[in-house]
Design a protein around this ligand. Structure first.
Ligand code: HEM
Length: 441
C-alpha cells in the first residue's frame, strides 16, 4: 500500500495551460502507468502571480486546497462514482478548488448534492430525460440539424462551432425548458461566459448587473447572475401561465410537500442550461473535426448505418467534453492501493480514463465500430450522478451524424488550426473552420 502522498508531477492537471493543445494524452498515460494515485499539488487560490487566477473557483477557501488525488484509470473512476457514501459531491465542491460552506449553499444544485436530497431533486426531472421520452424531441432535433447543415453547406463551410455546434444543443435544451427562440443567442452568450470562469480570462465582476460576491456564484462567474435573473423572469411567467415545458414543471413541483424556492429553481435552471449545452456543443465541435480528419470512418457509416450507435459512443469517448469532476472523501479510505484521508480531494479525470489502455483496445484510434465494453465515462462513471441528459445528448449527436451523411458532403480542414477553449474543465473548441466538398455519386 502507498502510505504517503506522492511527490509532485511534472505536469499540473489543474492548470488550464496544460490543455492548450488538447487533452495531455502522454502525461495521463504516464500517470495511469504509475502505481497508486498521483498527488497533484495546487498553488494557493488567488495567490500573487497564480496563472489560475480566475480559473474555476479561483476564490477557494484555504481548507484542504493544497492539492488533490488525480484518478486517471477507468476502473478507479467507475468504483468512486458508484460510492456516494465515501466520495461526496456535497462536501467541499465538485470542482478543483474547495469553496466555503456559505458559497456551497448559495450555489448548490443537484449535481453538488448527495443522496437522499439528490435523489429527491433528480426525481423531479428524470422522467423528462428517459430514452423513450427524449424520442419525442426527435423531429425538432432533426429539423434544427437539417436547417443548420443546409445553411452550412450552402455557404461552403466556415466556422463549424459558430454555425452548427453552438446553436443546435442550446436550441434543443431551450425547447425543453421553454425558452423562446429569440432568447437562444442570449443563453449562448451567458454559457460561453460561464466557461470563461474556468479559464484564465474571466469577465468583469459587475457584468450583467451583478452585485453578488463572485465566490457565491457558480463558476465564480457574473454570467451566472445573468442566468439566475433570466430564470426568475421565465419562472414568474410560467407560474402565472403554465405550459408543458420543464420550467413550468419545476416551478410547480413539490419536494417533501414544499415547492422549490426561487433560488433552488434558479439553480436547477442554471444546471440544465449549462449541462445540456456546453457539453453537447463541445462534443459536436469534436465531431466536426472527426468528420474532417477521419473521413474513411464516416465512409464506413455511409455503407453501414448499423454502426451509427457505436459511432455516437466513439465521438463521446474521443471528445471527452467534460474533463473531470471531483469528489471529497468522507472517511479515511483507499483507492488503487493509495491511502486517502478523510477530507482529501479526489479528482476523476474522465479525459484520461476514456483513453485507458486497460479499458479500450488502441484507445488513440478513432473507430466508429468500437464495441465499448466497458462503456466510456464521458457521462461519468455511473451511479447516482450519471449524466441525466445522456439519452438526449446521444440522440442529438446521432441525428447530426445522420443528417451530415444524408447531404453527401465531406468536411475538409480544419482550416487555419483549431482555437481551443482555455479551461481545465471543458474540452471545448472556440473555432473549427472547414470547407465543404461534395462527394461524387
Ligand atoms: C455530450 C454531452 C454531455 C456530456 C459529455 C455530459 C457529461 C456529464 C457528466 C460527466 C456528468 C457528471 C456525472 C457524474 O458526476 O457521475 C453529467 C451530469 C449531468 N448532466 Fe450531462 N453531459 C452531457 C449532456 C447533457 C445534457 C444534454 C443534459 C440535459 C439537461 C445534461 C444534464 C446533466 C445533469 C442535470 C447532470 C447532473 C446529474 C446529477 O447530478 O444527478 N447533460 N453530465
Amino acid at each position: 500500500m502507498t502510505a504517503t502522498r506522492r511527490p509532485t508531477v511534472d505536469v499540473d492537471f489543474s492548470d488550464p495551460a496544460t490543455y492548450s493543445e488538447g487533452i495531455p494524452h502522454a502525461a495521463f498515460a504516464d500517470v495511469r502507468a504509475t502505481e497508486g494515485l498521483l498527488w497533484n499539488p495546487m498553488p494557493a487560490a488567488g495567490s500573487g502571480g497564480d496563472e489560475r487566477e480566475g480559473s474555476e473557483a479561483g476564490e477557494g477557501s484555504d481548507a484542504g486546497d493544497d492539492g488533490f488525488w488525480a484518478v486517471t484509470r477507468h476502473a478507479d473512476i467507475v468504483s468512486i462514482s458508484r460510492d456516494t457514501a465515501t466520495f461526496s459531491s456535497a462536501a467541499g465542491h465538485i470542482q478543483l478548488y474547495t469553496i466555503d460552506d456559505d458559497a456551497l449553499d448559495a450555489r448548490a444544485s443537484m449535481i453538488d448534492m448527495d443522496p437522499p436530497m439528490h435523489t429527491r431533486l433528480r426525481r423531479l426531472v428524470s422522467s423528462a430525460f428517459t430514452p423513450k421520452h427524449v424520442q419525442g424531441y426527435l423531429a425538432s432535433i432533426r429539423t434544427r440539424a437539417a436547417r443548420l447543415l443546409d445553411d452550412y453547406v450552402e455557404v461552403g463551410g466556415g466556422d463549424w462551432v459558430e454555425a452548427v455546434s453552438k446553436p443546435l444543443p442550446i436550441g434543443v435544451i431551450c425547447d425543453l425548458m421553454g425558452v423562446p427562440e429569440s432568447d437562444h443567442n442570449y443563453m449562448i452568450e451567458l454559457t460561453d461566459h460561464l466557461v470563461e470562469g474556468t479559464s484564465s480570462r474571466p469577465l468583469d465582476p459587475d457584468a450583467y448587473g451583478n452585485t453578488t460576491e463572485l465566490r457565491l456564484l457558480p463558476f465564480n462567474s457574473p454570467a451566472a447572475h445573468g442566468v439566475n435573473e433570466y430564470a426568475r423572469h421565465l419562472g414568474d411567467k410560467r407560474r402565472a401561465n403554465p405550459t408543458d415545458d420543464l420550467v413550468s414543471r419545476l416551478v410547480h413541483a413539490e419536494v417533501d410537500g414544499e415547492q422549490l424556492t426561487d433560488a433552488e429553481f434558479a439553480r436547477f435552471f442554471q444546471l440544465m442550461i449549462f449541462a445540456g449545452n456546453e457539453t453537447t456543443r463541445s462534443t459536436m465541435s469534436h465531431l466536426g473535426v472527426a468528420m474532417a480528419v477521419f473521413g474513411q470512418q464516416f465512409d464506413r457509416l455511409r455503407t453501414d448505418a448499423a454502426l451509427l450507435d457505436s459511432a455516437t459512443e466513439e465521438i463521446l469517448r474521443w471528445a471527452s467534453a467534460i474533463m473531470y469532476f471531483r469528489r471529497t472523501a468522507m472517511v479515511d479510505t483507499e483507492v488503487a492501493g493509495t491511502r486517502i484521508a478523510k477530507g482529501d480531494k479526489v479528482v476523476m479525470w474522465y479525459a484520461s480514463a476514456n483513453f485507458d489502455e486497460e479499458a479500450f483496445t488502441d484507445p488513440q484510434e478513432f473507430d466508429v465500430g468500437r464495441q465499448t465494453v466497458p462503456a466510456h465515462v464521458a457521462f461519468g462513471g455511473g451511479g447516482a450522478h450519471f449524466c441525466l441528459g445522456a439519452s438526449l445528448a446521444r440522440l442529438e449527436i446521432k441525428v447530426l451524424i445522420e443528417e451530415y451523411l444524408a447531404r453527401r458532403v465531406e468536411l475538409v480542414g480544419p482550416v487555419g488550426g483549431l482555437k481551443r477553449v482555455s479551461s481545465n474543465f471543458v474540452h471545448g473548441l472556440e473555432r473549427a473552420e472547414f470547407t465543404v466538398q461534395k462527394l461524387g455519386r
